[in-house]
Design a binder for this molecule. Structure first.
Ligand code: PGA
Length: 251
């Protein structure tokens, strides 16, 4: 079964609400007839409800950039899966390397967040990836395996099928240095082999794996042509409608 491509824009901590609304409007205009690629935009929390209104009759889905694992209570600064769902959110990014590096995200918290997101009816985009040091010292495969087995511990196959994986080598994020198409594809094939042991070969073939890390219009086509690259998680290039759409429809 062919995997439908999925391009998601991770706006990170960028844009004011007004700028975000303008960007969402431009993307809606440019993407209105696209049905062969799944598209999501993940603005900051403060923009979600307003942008949800703008995209509601378009093919574009709304994503959030994180979620807390508890359903409610005294967790200052956190947002629950139910709150995101009520704001019109479909997808949620979990385990982004910036969360792992700056905000103490671990495979244990990733696991709790995936469970909470699924429990709240959201579709997780689960980020994994190695640092340059890990890659250069031959640890890439071990790191990816640990992130996957820890992140998906105790999650049944049917639930895991609702997840997208984003392979984002840390050294490629925001650096302008993307993984080569071959490097990305090899990592994706390895990731499928881990899922094949964790669940089964059908799962490994069905799960969508996005590539993320300095993907832009001029390298998107080659990356997306790889056998095992099913889309992209786009940071910097998702902040301009023309660049984002140049990845959705690569030339
Ligand atoms: P980048 O970010 O496209 O700016 O490298 C990707 C990401 O962090 O998701």
């Amino acid at each position: 079964m062919a995997r439908k491509k999925f391009i998601a824009g991770n706006w990170k901590m960028n844009t004011t609400p007004a700028e975000g609304i303008a960007l969402a409007r431009e993307i809606v205009t440019q993407a209105k007839n696209i049905s062969d690629v799944d598209i999501a935009i993940c603005p900051p929390y403060t923009h979600l409800a307003a942008i949800g209104e703008i995209i509601k009759d378009s093919p574009i889905k709304l994503g959030a950039q994180d979620v807390h694992w508890e359903p409610k209570g005294a967790f200052t600064g956190k947002i629950s899966a139910a709150m995101l769902g009520a704001a019109g959110v479909t997808y949620v990014i979990i385990g982004h390397s910036e969360q792992r590096t700056y905000f103490h995200e671990t495979d244990v918290s990733v696991n709790k967040k995936i469970k909470a997101a699924l429990g709240g009816g959201l579709l997780p985009i689960v980020c994994i990836g190695e640092t340059l040091e890990e890659r250069n010292s031959g640890k890439m495969e071990g790191v990816l395996k640990t992130q996957i087995t820890g992140g998906f511990a105790g999650i049944a196959k049917n639930d895991a099928l609702k997840c997208t994986i984003a392979y984002e080598p840390v050294w490629a994020i925001g650096t302008g240095v993307n993984a080569s198409p071959e490097q990305a594809n090899q990592a994706h094939i390895f990731i499928r082999s881990i899922f094949s042991s964790l669940y089964d070969v059908q799962f490994a073939q069905a799960v969508r794996i996005q590539y993320g890390g300095s993907m832009k219009p001029d390298n998107a086509k080659q990356l997306l042509q790889q056998s095992d690259v099913d889309g992209g998680l786009i940071g910097g290039a998702s902040l301009k409608a023309a660049d984002f759409m140049g990845i959705v429809i690569p030339r």
